[in-house]
Design a protein around this ligand. Structure first.
Ligand code: ADP
Length: 252
């Protein structure tokens, strides 16, 4: 991030433990508007937990999360529910396992958040969902149920469902790791187009070549701490830290 770019998201000192297992030690991150940050690191290093803390699916034990507009939230035992909820609407998550509601059609899945949570008019939500489904090539599937779709199609619905919430920040949690290899490309293409359109994203991925192509910055995490961060070419091709070198050389 250049010093002149205002941060859309600024995270400082994020900590999270499950019981006596400290999963995030003290994470600092910032993402500028319109930029893509790729979060990489070994399994179990805490990447998903970072995303879940940002999206309100987990409550951090300590740390501050601030979005560009709106007050920052500092987590402690006395953080109110109202403060925690104020962050939730700023981001939307695309899950590794799609997490679509199995008993709802594609269209119902997409409009559920806008209509039920955001209380937007149903007709407006339907029109928006139809536009978004068209752009990912899934108009013909709007009345299908998730089990009638391929994994790649389900994940594109997962992406549309996140977009329909009109968040400031898109969170992707290893969006292609559950897919058969031949279906990965379609999903990565959609993510790349969104990045080119200027969406701000935090992307957890094992696809290092893709991270290099799409990200403005790469952050390498291991064991609950940020080990190294920088330009994708630098972190992925010429890492300075030994832990990063070992990880990158194993995967590239
Ligand atoms: P990553 O995404 O890098 O693979 P995670 O954030 O999923 O890592 O997990 C980090 C660590 O936190 C792991 O050891 C995992 O077992 C643990 N963990 C994650 N969620 C929970 C939970 N709800 N309860 C207990 N431990 C958890």
């Amino acid at each position: 991030m250049s010093p002149t770019e205002p941060a859309l998201l600024e995270v400082t000192g994020l900590q999270k433990s499950f019981g006596d297992h400290e999963v995030l030690t003290s994470i600092d991150l910032s993402v500028s508007a319109g930029r893509v940050l790729a979060l990489i690191g070994p399994s179990g290093s805490g990447k998903t937990t970072v995303l879940r803390c940002l999206n309100g699916l987990e409550v951090p034990d300590a740390g501050t999360v601030a979005f560009d507009s709106g007050p920052s939230v500092t987590f402690s035992a006395s953080t109110t529910k109202r403060e925690k909820d104020s962050l939730r609407s700023r981001s939307a998550m695309v899950f590794q396992g799609y997490n679509l509601f199995p008993h709802m059609t594609v269209l119902q899945n997409v409009i559920e958040g806008p209509v039920t949570v955001q209380k937007r008019p149903r007709q407006e939500a339907i029109a928006q969902a139809e536009r978004l489904l068209e752009r990912v090539g899934l108009s013909a599937k709007k009345d299908a149920y998730p089990h009638e779709l391929s994994g790649g199609q389900q994940q594109r619905v997962g992406i549309v469902r996140a977009l329909a919430l009109e968040p400031s920040l898109l969170l992707f949690d290893e969006p292609t790791s559950a897919l058969d290899p031949e279906l990965v490309g379609d999903v990565l293409t959609v993510i790349k187009e969104l990045a080119e359109e200027g969406w701000t994203m935090l992307l957890v991925t094992h696809e290092l070549a893709f991270a290099r192509e799409v990200a403005d910055e790469v952050v390498f995490m291991d064991d609950g701490v940020v080990v190294e961060r920088g330009h994708p070419d630098q972190v992925l091709r010429d890492p300075q830290q030994e832990r990063t070198q070992r990880f990158v050389h194993r995967l590239l």
